[in-house]
Design a protein around this ligand. Structure first.
Ligand code: HEM
Length: 553
């Protein structure tokens, strides 16, 4: 099809009867300006017939947008946005949609075949990230990996993380720190029950799982669990609680459909107050991180330190080809914050959901515990070397990722060229949102998608893993922008869940017959933090040995 641009231009020829070029040029400029506006307006509004770009393909189906503002009014009327988008796709009976917000084409996807076209067949075209107030602020102007648009900075930081932190060798190097925090977890939980081990104690599982993840990553990055004194029972002190709370609030606000992300002219107004909250919370994170980072840099500069004991040392000691520091202070600070954001939510949320689900399904609990007793026994605690034999335990964690992802959508991908996917036109600059909820619960892919059934992952007899490169659900995603922390994320998730199960019998609190599995109104987490009754199930000497070994600060 001939583009409208070409059609119109074919009529614009320099008249032969003598208008001079002096008049013609401004007229041409005005005409072109009009044309650009006309073309872009037309392209955004003629749903399904993108005649302006000589594309024969339609945009994916979606609600008719208003000029300029697109569907922002509907978005604002229908919070939370993820629920509105999924409802819309449901009503339209489509697995790919295009919703224009401001001047951005937002393309949500719930079909794995289409998701694979985006992140496998045409991965390179979709390997950038959006330019949003939230991601820019948190990454100090895109100095980091996850949030940076594709380009040299993203490549530099990704390479550093892969080689200096997340390589198999470095993963092994940090094994001792992970193990220490797995021991601290069991010791902390035992302390909640030790007044009456026979009856057990009530445990806030959300607090315990988030605290474990915070401990692991603080130990790896800063070689310490606590910013302050911690608690005598091994639990989080005020400082750790504030740190973890700030990280989770940042995670909630980052990429959260803020109106100014789609109407950049409104950015200064901070109409929804997102920027204010994000600044407050990043200030809290910086309050804890910055003094440690700055002091450590001084120690290296003054020669008071020359041995690498944690990730911070590794990042400071990196040198470029001329022997100068490879990373600036701001890059180190921003990247460390991003590492905290990457590590805390997924493992803790999956373990909390998996425990909640299997408390309500005693046959699953029994099967998981039997496996742990068979593989590990009751005389020692589970280690990472046991994981290959803990197929059912891993299936429980995998099923939690499928049914209960932390976030409704994957991190957004942005297209860098016009292209076609699933016979739909996807314009350059589109924001592609693979739906973690929609993929994991797609009834065409999953039998009884809303039921928690770990067995479904055991049917083919393969080793159970938490990755899903075929995108039938999203755990670590795939492609250029896929998660590079798979080993650490898997170790943390499986260890957390396995230790909770091996060390304690879990049941509903007294007076409750079942755990309420309702989701929160604003996201996919459990509506209320899981509180359950934990009873130690291993020989007491084993816990006592731990509590005497674990340092509480
Ligand atoms: C169970 C734990 C984890 C899960 C489920 C998870 C999941 C994800 C997902 C879904 C993405 C986005 C992929 C995409 O854009 O398509 C991602 C990106 C990323 N993850 Fe993870 N992650 C986990 C743990 C970690 C850990 C521990 C680290 C390391 C500190 C990490 C580092 C990263 C990085 C650097 C990226 C960005 C890659 C890029 O944009 O190039 N993740 N992760």
């Amino acid at each position: 099809m001939e583009s409208s641009t070409a059609v119109i231009f074919s009529h614009v020829q320099a008249p032969e009867h003598g208008i001079s070029m002096i008049y013609l040029i401004p007229i041409l400029i005005m005409f072109i300006t009009f044309l650009i506006h006309f073309v872009s307006f037309h392209a955004l509004n003629v749903r399904g017939s993108d005649k302006s770009n000589s594309h024969q393909f339609q945009l994916p189906p979606g609600p008719k947008p208003w000029p300029v503002i697109g569907c922002l009014p509907q978005m604002l009327r229908n919070r939370p946005t993820f629920a509105w988008i999924h409802q819309l796709m449901n009503d339209m009976n489509t697995e790919i949609a295009c919703i224009r917000l401001g001047n951005v084409h937002v393309v949500p996807v719930t079909c794995p075949n289409i998701a694979r076209e985006f992140l496998k067949s045409q991965d390179e075209a979709f390997s950038s990230r959006p330019d949003f107030m939230s991601s820019k602020l948190v990454s100090k102007g895109y100095l980091t990996t996850i949030f940076s648009p594709s380009g040299d900075q993203w490549k530099k930081m990704k390479k550093i993380l892969v080689t200096s932190f997340l390589s198999p060798a470095k993963h092994q190097l940090f094994y001792g720190k992970r193990l220490e925090e797995a021991d601290n977890l069991v010791s902390y939980l035992y302390n909640q029950c030790k007044n009456n081990p026979e009856k057990g104690g009530l445990v806030n599982v959300r607090l315990a799982t988030q605290h474990y993840c915070g401990n692991v990553i603080r130990k790896i990055v800063f070689n310490k669990r606590n910013f302050g004194k911690g608690m005598k029972d091994g639990g989080p002190g005020i400082e750790e609680k504030e740190h973890v709370d700030a990280i989770f609030t940042i995670l909630f606000y980052v990429y959260s459909f803020c109106i100014s992300d789609y109407m950049p002219s409104l950015i200064r107004l901070d109409l929804e107050g997102h920027e204010k909250v994000l600044k407050e919370k990043t200030d809290i994170v910086n309050k804890y991180h910055d003094p440690i980072i700055e002091e450590r840099i001084q120690q290296w500069r003054k020669g008071m330190k020359d041995q690498e004991e944690d990730l911070l040392d590794i990042l400071i000691a990196l040198k470029d080809d001329n022997g100068n520091p490879l990373l600036s202070i701001e890059e180190i600070k921003a990247q460390i914050t991003e590492i905290m954001l990457a590590t805390l939510d997924n493992p803790s949320n999956a373990a909390e959901w998996a425990i909640a689900e299997i408390i309500n399904k005693p046959e699953m609990m029994k099967r998981a515990i039997e496996e742990l007793d068979r593989v590990v026994g009751r005389e020692r605690l589970v280690q990472e070397s046991d994981f290959s034999k803990l197929q059912y335990v891993k299936a429980c964690a995998r099923e939690a990722f499928r049914l209960h992802p932390m976030e409704p959508f994957n991190v957004p991908h942005v297209s860098t060229v016009d292209t076609t996917i699933a016979n739909y036109f996807i314009p350059k600059g589109s924001h592609v949102l693979l739906s973690r909820r929609g993929l994991g619960r797609n009834p065409k892919v999953w039998d009884e998608p809303h039921k928690y059934r770990p067995e479904r992952h055991l049917s083919n007899g393969d080793d159970v893993v938490l990755t899903e490169p075929e995108l039938r659900f999203i755990s670590f995603s795939t492609g250029r922008r896929g998660c590079i922390g798979v080993n650490l994320g898997t170790s943390m998730t499986v260890m957390l869940f396995a230790r909770l199960l091996q060390g304690f019998s879990w049941s509903t609190p007294p007076g409750k017959s079942a755990i309420d599995l309702s989701e929160s109104k604003t996201g996919l987490a459990l509506a209320q933090p899981l509180v359950a009754l934990a009873k130690p199930r291993l020989p007491h000497a084993l816990y006592q040995e731990l509590t005497s070994c674990v340092e509480y600060s």
